[in-house]
Design a protein. Structure first.
Length: 193
């Protein structure tokens, strides 16, 4: 059990480090420079990695690899993104996005803009390989390349203060008093983990 957990943790870490390449659905690891790294990752070489997806969290802007427990079940994707009602969006000819249909709602604190898609996306977004049909498979695109197509956004309130020379009908307003709040959208690239 402890070995399985260690194996899963190391596999995830190596996948996140993006130092792997795919050969016939198997992972071929880049050569490690230190002897301890070679020893740690030697057992992982050639392991099946078809049950990994990229997961983007709109709220935190974190883009990471996540394990898909069952690549033949939509329930696995539903569990990853935390929604029972799922929408599939084409990412490109070889990849699909899965998002929660009800994530774009009132009280939204963050959302994601996907390049080429007219509607903002909210909640967690899963990127999988293929056209969205079963069995689901890992993305063949590098995480850094996929991240370029997203902008994570959040509304920010900026205070506007009364200028020193403001005069109104009934006299002066105290300079530095809060006049209003302006809303702007903060856009940032996803953070790769």
């Amino acid at each position: 059990m402890a070995q399985d957990h260690l194996h899963s943790t190391l596999k995830s870490a190596y996948c996140r480090a993006l130092s792997l390449s795919r050969v016939d659905g198997q992972v071929a690891f880049a050569p490690a420079k230190s002897s301890w790294a070679r020893a740690l990752f030697k057992k992982l070489e050639g392991k099946d990695m078809e049950n990994f997806v990229y997961l983007l969290e709109s709220e935190s802007a974190i883009f990471r690899a996540a394990e898909l427990p069952d690549r033949n079940s939509i329930a696995s994707i539903s569990g990853l993104i935390g929604s029972d009602l799922i929408q599939m969006i084409r990412f490109d000819d070889m990849h699909s996005l899965f998002v929660g249909e009800e994530a774009l709602r009132a009280g939204l604190t963050a959302f994601t803009i996907f390049d080429g898609y007219p509607i903002p996306l909210a909640g967690k977004i899963a990127l999988l390989g293929g056209d969205g049909s079963k069995p689901y498979r890992s993305p063949s695109i590098m995480m850094t390349e996929a991240a370029r197509r997203f902008k994570c956004c959040r509304p920010v309130l900026d205070p506007v203060f009364v200028p020193m020379d403001r005069v109104v009908n009934k006299g002066l307003i105290v300079a530095g008093a809060l006049e209003s709040l302006q809303v702007r959208i903060d856009r940032r690239s996803p953070v790769l983990l």
